[in-house]
Design a protein around this ligand. Structure first.
Ligand code: PMP
Length: 749
């Protein structure tokens, strides 16, 4: 049904409250005491309320016909953007003293108006600034980031019928007759008609929520005018072709600079963040000239019906005719070629890998034959710039889910409040240490905070050396424990060609070789004693990940631990992989083996991606260490890390994610076995730490690459490289197992 368009913007002027009334309302409704200063608004009456401290608010009084649904829509959109892209500078809704997003007031004629407020965003409005190419590229990139943040947002009011929706040109078309100058009228009418004819093409393009009004009056810039520092006015948002947003900004930010050249900079900046699709280039041309024609039409209507309201639009529509002429003179083909060239010359998705090679060097390996470019994560899913969704069955760091809101909010809140270090008293880190040790066996009660698993292992080795007075270490063959110089020496994973075995290191054969554990341990101990190193520690990853997530006979680890303790060494459990509930049956991996280590190291999932690591040890061990060495890590255990780790632990515990790991992991292994495929051998592991043995390394790599093409991310592992490594974020559920197994079925040779 085609209901008639209510020309909201055209029917009414903004309300006309006095500045005094505005200051009073700010005080009474929002609890903000300050002076009121009127600002321009096409539909709303806006005031800046300046306060003596803080930056104050923008008070917005809406016209009588405005729909509360659209206000709720804006609040929801702003909250969504803040969640998806916390660094985008969008306004924050200021709630009333009663905690409402808006309320109603009546004017002196008894007409009700919605009143609401936003935190004032300091900065210089871009309007009036001569735009540089750099600034325009930044504006384009910022718009693209905004679009990405809005990509998965919807609200019923997004269908609002507003005059600035280019698709409404059909309804506005008669108003072009009000343009007095005959030549101008003909030109504008021709553009409007051409756009109406183009609408079927438009409707085939990708649609999503667009801002639809990102012109210089709605952007703030930094002092040097090279960066966008604020985005304003979300009142014209609609669900529409994405290209509308690029068109509005490309049309209206160029001022009186050459419109196509400067418009190209917007396209370049946009495309670097979010590549435009082929059919969007010609559509962009049409939408840019249509936006100019629409502005000229609305201006004519206002001149005719509401001369006061027309004034502000005059400046814009004065630029419309020359811009349209420039575009039409160049012709669509030439403009499209120029836009495409601008997009290609700038870093788009395709040459991001090349830029990465230059910036980060060629040695840093990328996963998969076709690298994955990601811009966003949510739960167990990851998203590419074009919206392609990947099921993440690989990343164990975001254990309580990608983009976890509780963790993100805890980090943001704490960062705004205080971020210092452990040399000061702070509740956060003490509370976290208490909560963490409560999950560990009695005796493992004292914590040392660092920033990564490597640092934790490095510190554990220092503790072991100080406490025992010895230097020798026993690790698994093919173990991986991290990147510092000494921890790399404790990581035979690198292989003898990269790094010959250090004299203070002895290795144990993988449990799946069948070697008797106590004997293997005694042999390693004897070798260390013979070489004069003695035994400082045994370091073991309870998930045996780099050994290929192997099956470990019950009692294997305990037998080794016993021998090491007899020789005076400490038992260090590396829980970087196996800690925090992933193994399902137990919260800590060592508990699966019936061992209680003397020292435990942790990292990766501890704060869901915020870099945080820890060593937990018996009090006397840590005291012996810290009384000899003034160990202090600048970032380790800072209030933000503590808040992130605490929120992560809360999520793990309140959502019973260990339980989920146990049941989902069992189902996953069972279904993989159920595929009964000849290349699949043992399906191993525990909880959501799963290893699938396949024929050989080439087969494993082939399956991982095919899975990636089928939009599921996994890795490969093991000394022979023939194990599929599957360790998804812990909210992985039964539905995700189905997606996984279907993709695996399709990816097997
Ligand atoms: N220990 C184990 C068992 C690991 O798997 C890793 C990382 N893969 C580390 C330690 C090192 O942790 P990080 O990379 O955080 O330094």
């Amino acid at each position: 049904m085609n209901q008639p368009l209510r020309l909201v913007a055209l029917e009414t002027s903004p309300p006309a409250f006095s500045t005094e009334a505005a200051a009073n309302m700010a005080r009474e409704i929002f609890g903000v005491h300050g002076t009121a200063h009127p600002l321009y608004g096409e539909r709303d009456q806006n005031f800046r309320i300046k306060t003596t401290s803080g930056s104050g608010i923008i008070l917005k009084i809406l016209g009588p016909n405005e729909d509360p649904g659209s206000v709720e829509f804006q609040s929801a959109a702003l909250a969504h953007i803040a969640m998806m892209a916390p660094t985008l500078p969008v306004p924050c809704v200021r709630r009333t003293v009663n905690s409402e997003a808006y309320t109603r007031i009546t004017d002196e004629r008894g007409i009700p108006h919605i009143i609401r407020a936003l935190d004032f965003q300091p900065g210089r409005v871009m309007d009036g600034v001569e735009p540089s190419p750099d600034l325009l590229r930044h504006a384009g990139g910022t718009l693209a980031r905004l679009n990405l943040a809005l990509a998965n947002f919807f609200h019923p009011a997004a269908g609002q019928r507003i005059v600035w929706d280019l698709r409404r040109i059909i309804d506005l078309r008669p108003s072009a007759g009000l343009i007095e100058d005959v030549e101008t009228r003909k030109l504008i009418e021709a553009v409007l008609d051409r756009f109406i004819a183009f609408l079927p093409e438009m409707s085939r393009l990708r649609h999503q929520m667009v801002h639809n009004d990102l012109h210089p009056g709605n952007m703030l810039v930094d002092e040097a005018a090279t960066q966008i520092t604020g985005l304003l006015d979300f009142g014209d948002m609609i669900h529409a072709p994405l290209v509308f947003d690029v068109a509005v900004t490309a049309a209206e930010t160029v001022g009186d600079m050459p419109p196509i050249e400067y418009g190209s900079e917007i396209v370049a900046g946009y495309n670097a963040v979010m590549p435009l699709q082929g059919a969007e280039f010609p559509a962009l041309f049409e939408a840019i000239i249509a936006r100019h024609a629409l502005a000229a039409t609305i201006h004519a209507w206002r001149r005719h019906n509401d001369p006061a309201g027309a004034e502000k639009l005059g400046a814009l529509s004065a630029l419309s005719v020359p811009a349209i002429e420039a575009y039409l003179t160049a012709g669509r083909g030439a403009v499209v070629a120029k836009f495409r060239a601008a997009a290609a010359a700038r870093p788009g998705a395709t040459n991001l890998a090349e830029r990465r090679f230059h910036a980060l060097g060629r040695g840093l390996e990328l996963s998969y034959a076709e690298p994955v470019h990601l811009v966003r994560g949510e739960g167990v899913f990851l998203y590419a710039p074009d919206g392609t969704r990947y099921l993440d069955a690989y990343n164990n760091v975001p254990s309580v889910g990608h983009g976890n809101r509780k963790v993100a909010a805890a980090i943001a809140r704490q960062m705004e409040t205080l971020c210092t270090n452990t040399r000061y008293l702070h509740e956060g880190i003490v509370e976290y240490a208490e909560r963490l040790t409560a999950t560990l066996p009695d005796g493992l009660d004292t914590c040392l905070f660092v920033n990564s698993g490597s640092e934790a292992n490095d510190a554990a080795y220092r503790i072991a050396k100080i406490v025992t007075g010895k230097t020798g270490a026993i690790v698994m063959e093919h173990a991986y424990h991290g990147v510092t110089d000494v921890v790399a020496a404790l990581s035979p994973y690198y292989g003898p060609f990269v790094q010959p075995q250090a004299p203070f290191v002895q290795t144990l054969p993988s449990p799946d070789t069948g070697a008797a554990p106590a004997e293997a341990a005694r042999r390693a101990i004897a070798a260390l004693q013979e070489s004069g190193h003695g035994v400082a520690m045994l370091l073991i990853d309870s998930a045996f990940v780099s050994n290929g997530i192997v099956n470990v006979p019950q009692g294997w680890f305990a037998a080794v631990a016993e021998e090491v303790r007899k020789a005076g060494g400490l038992v260090v459990g590396d829980e970087v992989q196996s800690g925090f509930g992933r193994m399902g049956d137990e919260f800590w991996g060592f508990a699966m083996h019936g061992v209680v280590p003397d020292v435990v190291t942790m990292g990766k999932p501890m704060a869901n991606g915020h870099p945080t690591g820890a060593v937990v040890a018996r009090r006397e061990l840590l005291d012996a260490f810290t009384s000899r060495i003034d160990f202090f890590s600048t970032f380790g255990g800072n209030p933000v890390s503590a808040a992130a780790a605490l929120a992560t632990l809360d999520e793990l515990q309140t959502r019973n994610l260990q339980d989920n790991a146990r049941t989902t992991g069992a189902k996953l292994r069972e279904e993989i076995r159920g595929l009964n495929h000849p290349v699949i051998g043992e399906v191993r592991g525990s909880g959501l730490m799963v290893g699938v043995q396949v024929t050989d390394a080439a087969t494993a790599k082939g399956i991982a690459n095919a899975m990636r093409r089928n939009r599921v991310l996994i890795g490969t592992e093991g000394p022979a490289g023939n194990v599929l490594k599957i360790r998804p974020p812990l909210p992985f559920g039964a539905a995700h197992v189905e997606i996984f197994v279907e993709a695996l079925r399709a990816s097997l040779p």
